[in-house]
Design a protein around this ligand. Structure first.
Ligand SMILES: [Mg+2]
Ligand SMILES: [Zn+2]
Length: 192
């Protein structure tokens, strides 16, 4: 999809970490390697629907070093991602792109978060305005990647994060916050 979801505004995106934001995280050093292990977190489909309606491109950026560890293959990951995209598509939510880093931390690649490589690649591929975009994640490496790329940053989960611009318990809480903000801005404009 290359048409701007928000024809009136800048081309902006929500960059989404995957595990712990979109789907249930399996725990330390465990990886979603098979479709049955992929489970959407509550409220995610509603959240993505709202974010899409607000005019954002939706781009997943996910570290998947289970590939470097030999715990899954690229084909396994593609199958999981095809399943995720298809399930969302059935609900009317189209993802614009999915980027993943298959490398191990010590490979020093430019893509593994907190490096900004995946976000910068997406910005180039989709011609995005990063300063009007948000990186949303549940770990410090997500907010750091956003900061390194020049996006606004959102921390999801119960941990507070003084490195993030905003923090919410869930993706749905963040989506509702942006929805309310938009609503109030529109109201102000209408009253002028
Ligand atoms: Mg995560
Ligand atoms: Zn990488």
């Amino acid at each position: 999809m290359d048409t701007n979801p928000d024809p009136r505004g800048p081309r902006r995106a929500i960059f989404l970490d995957r595990d712990g934001v979109i789907n249930v995280k399996l725990g330390e050093n465990r990886y979603v390697a098979r479709v049955p292990e992929f489970e959407f977190l509550p409220g995610v489909i509603e959240a993505l629907t709202i974010l899409r309606e607000l005019g954002f491109f939706l781009v997943v950026v996910t570290n998947q070093r289970g590939i470097a560890k030999g715990l899954m293959t690229t084909e396994d990951l593609n199958e999981v991602h095809n399943h995720m995209a298809a399930a969302l598509g059935e609900e009317g939510v189209g993802l614009d792109a999915i980027y993943y880093c298959p490398h191990e931390a010590d490979e020093n690649c430019p893509c593994r978060k907190p490096s900004p490589g995946m976000i910068l690649d997406a910005a180039r591929d989709l011609v995005l305005d990063l300063s009007a975009s948000y990186m949303v994640g549940d770990s410090p490496s997500d907010t750091a990647a956003g900061r390194n790329a020049g996006t606004r940053t959102v921390r999801i989960g119960s941990d507070c994060d003084d490195q993030a611009d905003l923090a919410f318990p869930t993706l749905l809480d963040f989506a509702r916050f942006l929805g309310k903000e938009r609503h109030e801005r529109d109201k102000e404009r209408a009253e002028k």
